[in-house]
Design a protein around this ligand. Structure first.
Ligand code: GUN
Length: 291
């Protein structure tokens, strides 16, 4: 049976350290501030931004939550971002994705001042990351690297297989894990919907990272015995036996995979808390950079 990687407890540890940083900044009159912008009322997005704001509060940081109706125009959003770029109380700007379909995600991200881009989504941030220059790293990939480090799992020399090629997880994570850094030096394969034989690829993985957003698509027989399994999926699956009417499930069939893997992250309580922790990390870093 696999060791279950407890993302909540690793997060709690890291957040304790971050709290000390916030305390010392506040002694100097600096309170790190995060603006969280949510357009529309997608239930999953709403629960993510609520969690982000709550976590800011717990560390004594300032958070400003801005909700805009789903039919807001792109221009209104860009105006808001322009004001937040100039706002001295704001060190980080997070625009929750996905945006309503009438907005151009690229254009909106381009509007954020890279010095406040705590998501690490701006082309300037992405470019610096690829070139291994100092920048804000995207929160989910960064959180995964921290989890591995915490469990003393070294990617160097390992075969890493990432399932999913999103801008938020798959692409940046693949890039980070090939870097000539302590968190990198892995041999990385990225699989996607056009990969002809997915199982053949995943069975090769020493570290298997599922980030496709497909509930339980990775079964136990797709995992190499002894592999490390990182499940990035957060899927709401209808379930009448639950009060909420749904349950959360990852991209991995947990019960099957935990019998085969050496380490595995649960959903919830694995990667999710780490994403928020790295967002707090970036926002505090931004406040330090600014003052
Ligand atoms: N949607 C899903 N994950 C993320 C994230 O890390 N940041 C933002 N802004 N939107 C998301």
């Amino acid at each position: 049976m696999a060791i279950i990687i407890d993302g909540k407890s690793v997060s709690a540890d890291l957040r304790e350290q971050l709290k000390l940083k916030v305390d010392s900044l506040k002694e100097k009159g600096i309170t790190p501030g995060l603006a969280v912008v949510l357009i529309g009322d997608d239930p999953a997005s709403r629960s993510y931004v609520t969690a982000k704001e709550k976590s800011c509060g717990e560390l004594g940081m300032y958070s400003r939550d801005i909700r805009m109706p789903a039919d807001s125009s792109e221009e209104e959003l860009l105006d808001l971002i322009g004001k937040l770029n100039e706002d001295k109380d704001i060190d980080g700007i997070l625009v929750q994705l996905p945006l309503p379909s009438h907005m151009d995600e690229n254009k909106v991200i381009l509007g954020i001042d890279p010095s406040k881009d705590v998501d690490g989504f701006h082309p300037v941030s992405v470019g610096k990351m690829v070139l291994e220059q100092e920048t804000f790293l995207p929160c989910t990939p960064h959180g995964i690297l921290k989890l591995l480090e915490y469990c003393d799992i070294k990617p160097e020399g390992k075969k890493v297989v990432i399932v999913g090629r999103s801008n938020i997880v798959g692409k940046p994570l693949a890039n980070l894990m090939i870097q000539k850094q302590s968190w990198g030096n892995a041999t990385v394969t990225v699989c996607h919907t056009r990969t002809p034989d997915l199982k053949k690829e995943t069975l090769d993985a020493d570290i298997l990272i599922a980030a496709a957003g497909q509930p339980e698509m990775i079964s136990g027989d797709m995992v190499k015995p002894g592999a490390v399994v990182i499940d990035v999926g957060v899927n709401r699956v209808p379930d009448d036996t639950r009060k909420r009417g749904y349950r959360l499930t990852g991209d991995v069939m947990f019960e099957e995979a935990e019998k085969v893997a050496s380490y595995i992250t649960p959903v919830p309580g694995g990667v999710g808390p780490m994403t928020i922790t790295m967002l707090l990390f970036n926002t505090i870093q931004s406040a330090q950079n600014r003052k």
